[in-house]
Design a protein around this ligand. Structure first.
Ligand code: TXA
Ligand code: MG
Length: 317
């Protein structure tokens, strides 16, 4: 249903009755449930096929609503003031509001105020936090259009609020603010450099997989899998491969590629981020077996793009 006044009202009503609503944010589509309702959240994990140890981001309309769900320190407040609404998730000590199941039993909560107007209206109408992972089956790439949501989850969810293609196309940056030392849990829509500039300090990158309870389990290796194999930093294309290019010139022997998609002809990392998941999906739909991925600079949004590509290329368990 379109994200007009009637669509928003219906989405809020479905959430209030414990149902599942897919909705657009400026990053990717989320699959939302009432974060205070454990039964609704349980349905959400089932629809995702997600391991239940993975905590969900609670989405709220504004800072006052966030304060009912989490305890802000000075660091969290500074980041919220500067980057909300927007593609930044802040992890902090939780109040009781968001149910244990949505937090996967952690005593922290990940909070985000999305900037997308449809998400904003839905959240302020609903009035409670909405737990929402990306609206894809666990292990698949994140959906950047309502059709992607339906391709993965039709029949498993109650309602889709269609707001068109998501502008950013890459999930939120996650910063752990549960202590006074900020840590980057996931690179995403806000480049790390911007956060460091706002805080006037460097941000530590949390180690992935060095503990039994990873701080951000969504960073587990093959989380963003494609069916096709990925070969990263490809400087040439081999026989039978598809090519995921970035800018010009193309890698050597590019004319061999069975299919070529360029993330951004003008080598713009913002444009590349917006295209990334849709292009990975398109390559899978075309049935290619291996994708050669051209080198992508590790600056700005490039850090998050390379992180997703590395995960998609990781061996599957
Ligand atoms: O842009 C986004 O963040 C999208 C949109 C829908 O908001 N959501 C999203 O959700 O990407 P999901 O579930 O696919 O990824 C959320 C990540 C997971 O890696 C999870 O482990 C981490 O957030 N997370 C959530 N709460 C956490 C917490 N309390 N501590 C550490 N990590 C947390
Ligand atoms: Mg996800």
């Amino acid at each position: 249903m379109l994200a007009d006044a009637a669509g928003i009202a219906e989405a809020a009503a479905v959430l209030a009755s414990g149902g599942l609503v897919a909705f657009p944010t400026e990053t990717v589509y989320g699959l939302g449930a009432d974060a205070t309702n454990a039964a609704a959240v349980a349905k959400l994990y089932a629809a995702k096929g997600r391991p239940s140890f993975n905590p969900l981001i609670a989405h709220v309309a504004d800072v006052p609503a966030a304060k009912r769900a989490g305890h802000f320190n000075a660091l969290a407040m500074a980041l919220a003031t500067k980057f909300w609404p927007g593609p930044l998730t802040l992890v902090m000590p939780a109040t009781e509001l968001v149910c244990d199941l949505a937090r996967a039993g952690l005593d922290t909560v990940g909070l985000r105020v999305p900037a997308h107007p449809a998400a904003q209206k839905m959240l302020s109408t609903f009035g409670k936090p909405v737990a929402a992972p990306s609206a894809n089956r666990s292990g698949h790439v994140s959906p950047t259009a309502a059709e992607h949501v339906l391709a993965d989850l039709a029949g498993k969810i109650d309602f889709v609020l269609d707001g068109g293609a998501t502008p950013l196309g890459l999930e939120s940056t996650i910063i752990d603010c549960s202590s006074d030392v900020p840590r980057l849990l996931r690179a995403g829509g806000v480049p790390r450099e911007e956060i460091e500039k706002a805080l006037g300090q460097k941000i530590e990158i949390a180690e992935n997989g060095d503990t039994h309870a990873p701080a951000s389990p969504g960073r587990l290796a093959s989380h963003y899998a494609t069916r096709a194999k990925l070969r990263l930093n490809a400087r040439e294309v081999m026989a039978g491969e598809a090519l995921l290019a970035f800018g010009e010139p193309l890698p050597r022997d590019a004319e061999r590629a069975v299919l070529t998609l360029n993330l951004s002809h003008r080598a713009d990392l913002v444009e590349a981020a917006a295209n990334l998941f849709a292009y990975m999906r398109a390559m899978d739909e075309a049935g290619v077996s291996t994708i050669a991925v051209a080198p992508i600079p590790q600056t700005g949004l490039g850090e998050a793009i390379n992180d997703r590509l590395m995960r998609a290329a990781a061996p599957r368990g």
